[in-house]
Design a binder for this molecule. Structure first.
Ligand code: C2E
Ligand code: CA
Ligand code: CA
Length: 558
């Protein structure tokens, strides 16, 4: 190509008509030079950069030796009456042939095609050679921000760390809060502007390290640990973006992986940094966090839980345990709470503290809760058949259940199937669900109570419930959170608050169950306060169903 960016062709042919014909084929954006013999051809080749040379067959062998055009496709002009001409042209170095007289369409097509083909070859070779050509740059760099892209970052960061084994590095993953919202609220250009601004800031402030935009609004840097100040970097980023005067609060969050083994694949280092990041995302106080090995463990555990949960339900790996609630005035068991357990074939018993939060995130809790409710109904029914007595049992109703329109129908269906009445099945709904205070939830709870199900507010006092609200909430029983009991012995305040809660509850006609009682001393305090219903390890841990039955029998004998 010559300076003026037009494609440039050379036609070498002694017959003037052929040259004229040829020139007519190509539109104006081609520059076409002519030569009538080898000498003029060589001279022109020397002075110009051709994209293709089209020559009569008899010049091909000579032109093939010209080093200046070793990288340029040669097209031979052959006589259609000469049977072997085409084959010979290829043999001596032409890349394509055209025949006389010229068919305009075919000639144009063939010449353009070889030029394109050679261009592609040059690109491929450039990639293979690792040459820093324009093309190479294009492939390595994120066009929006000019930072290196993901693959390049992986490669270069790996080289950097392995070539400087004596230096300790961080791999740090950055994310922007609410970037999606910004893209929704403003034009896409605003989002792009933020990304470019951040990229500039990274470029300017990262010395001896690498920065990359690895996707969307995620940046990763690799920097030496020595003298690196993450707070300064985050403040700088925030400030740079704030200077754009976007009315939305844009905040940068960072997860930091201190590299211990430089041979670990960089994508895994990024994953770990990202894991640390996820811990603090959306948290205004903590803008960065360090990775630790425990996170990986937790992540693997969560993966296992999600992987195995469906099979667990199908293969009956879930079971209920029952923990008695004692009436200390009457000295008897007056109900029990059903708590789910998972007996994993490889990992043994898993406690609900580990899997319930995962199920609440992915929605599986709804299936598990329904399973538990049915097990409880079976138990009550079975117990009634064996002893003639009914012990009401309370079950946990995760908030997610309320999104299912058939919740009430399902519960009533269970009652019918096992011939039970609603008072036998108590529903525990956590305080935090009430605090959402959605009208919909409140009205569903009212309907449950109208149907006759007792409703308990679980973990009362763990959240932000105001005592004032209590009088408007549809509950029959408050389950006082364990944290209160923990504090009873140390804090006069906890004692006073609990006393107040119990008075208020009783005045409002609610029952109170105190959870988590472990010691005689705690029990004494509670007796003093007038508490009568107690659930806790002091009396019994949650028990397998058969053990619970034995406990029941024993307590009746007394
Ligand atoms: P929760 O509903 O508040 O249940 C009480 C938890 O406290 C149970 O833990 C119980 O074993 C424990 N606990 C009882 N007395 C004491 C005590 O004296 N000291 C101590 N330290 N702990 C005591 P668990 O069984 O591990 O259950 C933990 C949580 O998992 C439950 O808290 C509940 O939120 C959830 N959960 C358990 N089973 C189910 C279920 O079937 N469905 C749903 N949605 N959640 C469940
Ligand atoms: Ca509960
Ligand atoms: Ca509780």
């Amino acid at each position: 190509m010559n300076e003026n960016d037009r494609l440039c062709l050379l036609i070498v042919d002694e017959v003037e008509d052929n040259r004229k014909e040829f020139k007519k084929i190509f539109p104006d954006d081609y520059e076409i030079l002519e030569a009538v013999n080898e000498q003029t051809a060589d001279k022109l080749i020397n002075e110009n950069n051709f994209d293709s040379v089209i020559a009569d067959l008899k010049f091909i062998a000579h032109l093939k030796d010209n080093k200046k055009i070793s990288d340029v496709p040669l097209v031979a002009i052959v006589d259609p009456n000469d049977e072997n001409a085409g084959e010979m042209a290829i043999e001596i170095g032409a890349f394509e042939i055209v025949t006389k007289p010229f068919n305009q369409t075919i000639v144009a097509y063939r010449v353009q095609n070889v030029i394109k083909h050679f261009e592609d070859l040059r690109k491929i070779r450039a990639i293979k050679d690792g040459k820093i050509s324009e093309l190479h740059k294009y492939i390595e760099i994120d066009p929006l921000t000019g930072l290196m892209n993901r693959e390049t970052f992986y490669k270069r960061a790996s080289n950097l760390m392995q070539e400087n084994i004596e230096i300790k590095y961080y791999v740090i993953y950055f994310d922007i809060s609410c970037f999606k919202a910004i893209n929704d609220l403003f034009q896409i250009e605003t989002g792009n502007l933020i990304l470019k601004t951040a990229a500039n800031y990274f470029n300017k402030s990262i010395k001896n390290g690498l920065c990359s935009r690895i996707e969307a609004d995620h940046f990763v840097i690799c920097v030496p640990q020595a003298n690196f100040d993450i707070e300064k970097l985050i403040i700088g980023l925030d400030r740079a973006v704030r200077s754009l005067n976007i009315t939305h609060n844009v905040l940068f969050y960072a997860g930091i992986y201190p590299v211990s083994n430089p041979a670990l694949p960089v994508d895994q280092m990024c994953d770990r940094a990202n894991m640390a990041l996820r811990k603090i995302k959306g948290n205004y106080m903590n803008r960065y966090a360090y990775y630790d090995a425990g996170m990986r463990e937790l992540m693997l555990q969560d993966h296992m839980i999600v992987r195995d949960m469906e099979a667990a339900l199908n293969e009956n790996q879930f079971a209920i345990f029952l923990q008695p609630v004692y009436n200390i005035v009457k000295n008897s068991i007056e109900s029990a709470e059903a708590l789910v357990r998972w007996f994993h074939p490889a990992n043994g018993m898993i406690s609900p503290g580990k899997f319930i939060p995962v199920f609440e995130r992915n929605g599986f809790i709804v299936k598990v809760d329904r399973f538990v409710w049915e097990e409880v109904c079976k138990f009550i029914n079975n117990q009634r058949e064996e002893t003639g007595d009914v012990l009401p049992i309370s079950v946990n109703v995760s908030r997610l259940n309320f999104y299912n329109l058939d919740l009430l129908e399902f519960l009533l269906g269970l009652l019918e199937k096992y011939d039970l009445e609603p008072w036998m099945l108590k529903l525990e709904i956590t305080e935090s669900a009430y605090m959402d205070n959605s009208h919909q939830l409140m009205s569903i709870i009212r309907v449950f109570r109208e149907e006759g199900f007792p409703v308990l507010m679980d973990d009362f006092g763990s959240g932000y419930s105001s005592l004032n609200m209590l009088k408007n909430l549809p509950v029959d029983v408050l389950k006082v959170d364990m944290a209160f009991v923990r504090e009873l012995e140390e804090s006069e305040r906890a004692y006073m608050i609990l006393k107040f809660i119990m008075n208020l509850a009783h005045n409002l006609g609610m029952d109170v169950v105190v959870e988590g009682v472990e010691t005689q001393k705690q029990l004494d305090y509670l007796v003093n306060l007038g508490a009568d219903k107690i659930q806790g390890y002091f009396f019994s841990r949650p028990l397998p169903v058969n053990d619970f039955k034995k406990l029941l029998e024993k307590s009746k004998e007394k």
